[in-house]
Design a protein around this ligand. Structure first.
Ligand SMILES: Cc1cc2nc3c(=O)[nH]c(=O)nc-3n(C[C@H](O)[C@H](O)[C@H](O)COP(=O)(O)OP(=O)(O)OC[C@H]3O[C@@H](n4cnc5c(N)ncnc54)[C@H](O)[C@@H]3O)c2cc1C
Length: 378
């Protein structure tokens, strides 16, 4: 009989790992408490931006993200074969503009650091920046240009993953909340599931915790393995581009990014808030995003507001993802992807599914396992 794996959570991480496992011949069930692909993964902007995202302290995460970006073209090709939906990796390029002396100093440090580790970055004067993106404010005094970062339509990607997963034989159950995981004698044996009018036990050989910002709330996870993941609220505004503003490049200004999407939206994002599980949009953050966005690209002033989305990023204590096995046989984690879950989808899906199927640890995921938290208290 084939091994059976239950994945808790139908976000981009659960769906992509599930698709790869089902494709490799495993019997896979995804249990999603609400609707699959409608949580953080839906609210996300879809930037695939290892370079622009990187801070000075994040070098290991940067290499993981860059590797995942390299995997993306093959990943979307394979997904097209299995789902019939073509999702493009779009090389939009990215400008990091500065508007005063503080910004210039900060950008210069970011630039020097990237240059030192051999990345391809270009320093632009204000007028050179405006040649590349004419809608940028004339107040721009200088900028960094990053050619390599990309973006994707994450909503289309989620649709494709759902189709591919089911076509490859996976079973997706929505409105199925996992209340508890069951462990006996140091080994996974299944889950207890709650629905609107049922309570059932399901058996499995493997379990993958892919519950995003809710991962720590799943019952039955041993104390030392409780993933230190919290919700980090993000609000974005979807504007509709028109002739008054046709920005084509990603603009990452201080405290706000403006991201033109191929479906005609201009995403203004994103807040980073510690507000627990609150998912309400708020006047203050929306005001701040609009103000900072308008300072960077003044012509957004006349664009219609289409909608506002709110998502909860799964932020781990060190802001690195938690991917890999644990000291309970059959218990795996794929959570804590924080600001990079869309970008890290291919590497998580390929490497974790291979690990589970072959039993061989992934070298690329070395150091990202939950064991790095064993000694600390949650
Ligand atoms: C505003 C915003 C912008 C972002 N922009 C980007 C970006 O540009 N690029 C990028 O790479 N990343 C971005 N991110 C981050 C990215 O969205 C996340 O890292 C990623 O979506 C995490 O995916 P996930 O599958 O782990 O979580 P989710 O998409 O949140 O999915 C987890 C799922 O698990 C389910 N679940 C939880 N507990 C249970 C349970 N007990 N039983 C059953 N189901 C359960 C939930 O209902 C949910 O559907 C952004 C996030 C936000 C909020």
């Amino acid at each position: 009989m084939k091994n059976k794996t239950i994945i808790i959570g139908g976000g981009i991480i659960g769906l992509s790992v599930g698709w790869q496992l089902a494709k490799k011949g495993m019997h896979v069930v995804i249990l999603e408490q609400h609707k699959a692909g409608k949580s953080s993964s839906y609210a996300a902007a879809g930037m695939l931006a290892p370079q622009a995202e990187m801070g000075f302290e994040d070098i290991e995460l940067f290499y993981l993200c860059r590797k995942s970006l390299e995997m993306y073209p093959a990943f979307v090709d394979e997904l097209y074969n299995d789902s019939g939906i073509k999702v493009e990796v779009e090389k939009t390029g990215c400008i990091l503009p500065g508007f005063d002396r503080d910004d210039a100093e900060r950008l210069r440090r970011l630039y020097d650091f990237r240059e030192k580790i051999g990345l391809s970055v270009v320093w632009l004067t204000g007028s050179e920046a405006r040649e590349i993106e004419p809608f940028l404010s004339p107040r721009c005094t200088g900028a960094i240009w990053i050619d390599d970062d990309a973006q994707i339509n994450n909503r289309k990607l989620l649709e494709a993953l759902k189709i591919a997963f089911v076509k490859c034989g996976g079973k997706l159950y929505e409105e199925h909340k996992v209340e508890n995981i069951n462990i006996q004698n140091g080994k996974v044996c299944g889950v207890h599931v709650h629905g609107s009018n049922f309570n059932i036990d399901m058996q499995s050989d493997n379990l993958i915790i892919a519950g995003g910002a809710w991962s720590k709330q799943i019952g039955g996870i041993p104390e030392h393995l409780l993933p230190p993941v919290r919700p980090v609220k993000g609000q974005i505004i979807n504007l509709r581009l028109n002739d008054s503003c046709r920005i084509t490049k990603v603009v990452r200004a201080p405290d706000v990014y403006l991201l033109p999407k191929s479906d005609g939206r201009l995403i203004l994002g994103a807040s980073v808030e510690e507000m627990g599980y609150d998912e309400n949009p708020t006047a203050g953050e929306i005001f701040r995003l609009l103000e900072r966005g308008w300072e960077a690209v003044p012509s957004i002033y006349d664009l219609p507001i289409e909608s506002i989305d709110v998502g909860l990023r799964p932020g781990s204590r060190d802001h690195m993802p938690i991917i890999g096995d644990s000291d309970i046989e059959g218990l795996f984690f794929a959570t804590g992807h924080y600001r990079n879950g869309i970008l890290l989808t291919p590497i998580t899906a390929y490497e974790l599914s291979d690990w589970i199927i072959t039993g061989e640890r992934s070298k690329l995921l070395n150091g990202f396992e939950i064991s790095r938290f064993y000694k600390a208290t949650v």
